[in-house]
Design a protein around this ligand. Structure first.
Ligand SMILES: Cc1cn([C@H]2C[C@H](O)[C@@H](COP(=O)(O)OP(=O)(O)O[C@H]3O[C@H](C)C(=O)[C@H](O)[C@H]3O)O2)c(=O)[nH]c1=O
Length: 185
């Protein structure tokens, strides 16, 4: 597998090696030691799967203080996946990284703790699969406004379909330092 840094050093793009043959293909989607050596030093405790139709946008979500690191990938279809650095004191606070994850490239994005995460579906439908290094804690969940002008994400879908929770997402400027994770350096 190859692991690339992104414009935000802690966010990693993982490109698993795909073994194709006349039967189909095989790839390792996780390997504790190799991922640890590549800087993804997480002990995953929960796997999630969601299916969404074209134009659905889920995000921008984070848990705080019980923050979750997420290793995200797409089993079917394609999404534009985004990680936003919202760690107070981070040199890249408010900056975002966006990548296309799809069933062909089988790329994964490592979204560390302290980042808001979201994606929009750019295929007819997408099956989204991810590992989390902390359990779901709804009482700690926060939804940040998907089109917050202070973040300025260039979403490839102009009128996405959102949950009520995400329609009511909070602009970053309305959050105070106690609402957000701290940069650990
Ligand atoms: C996240 C989660 C949800 N649920 C239940 C709660 C609701 O009854 C239902 C749908 O939840 P929600 O609308 O929050 O699902 P998403 O909008 O896909 O949320 C996720 O969206 C973005 C992409 C993220 O990064 C997070 O993992 C997560 O916030 O599943 C659970 O039972 N366990 C869970 O871990």
């Amino acid at each position: 597998m190859d692991v690339e840094n992104t414009s935000i050093p802690d966010v990693k793009l993982v490109k698993p090696k795909i073994f194709g043959d006349h039967r189909g293909y095989f790839l390792e989607t996780f390997h504790r030691d190799r991922y640890f050596d590549a800087g993804i030093q997480a002990e995953f405790v929960q796997d999630n799967l969601s299916k969404s139709n074209y134009g659905v946008l889920r995000g921008l979500h984070l848990q705080h203080p019980r923050s979750q690191g997420k290793l995200v990938s797409v089993i079917r279809g394609e999404v534009f996946d985004v990680a936003v650095d919202i760690r107070i004191g981070s040199p890249t606070f408010g900056k975002w990284v966006g990548v296309y994850l799809n069933e062909t490239n089988k790329h994964q994005l490592w979204v560390p703790r302290g980042f808001a995460h979201g994606f929009v579906v750019t295929s007819d439908e997408a099956v989204f699969s991810y590992k989390c290094d902390e359990f779901y804690a709804p009482e700690h969940e926060l939804s940040i406004k998907w089109d917050d002008p202070e973040i300025g994400i260039q979403w490839p879908v102009s009128e996405p379909k959102l949950s009520n929770k995400d329609q009511d997402g909070t602009p970053l400027k309305e959050l105070n330092d106690n609402d957000l994770p701290k940069y650990q350096g």
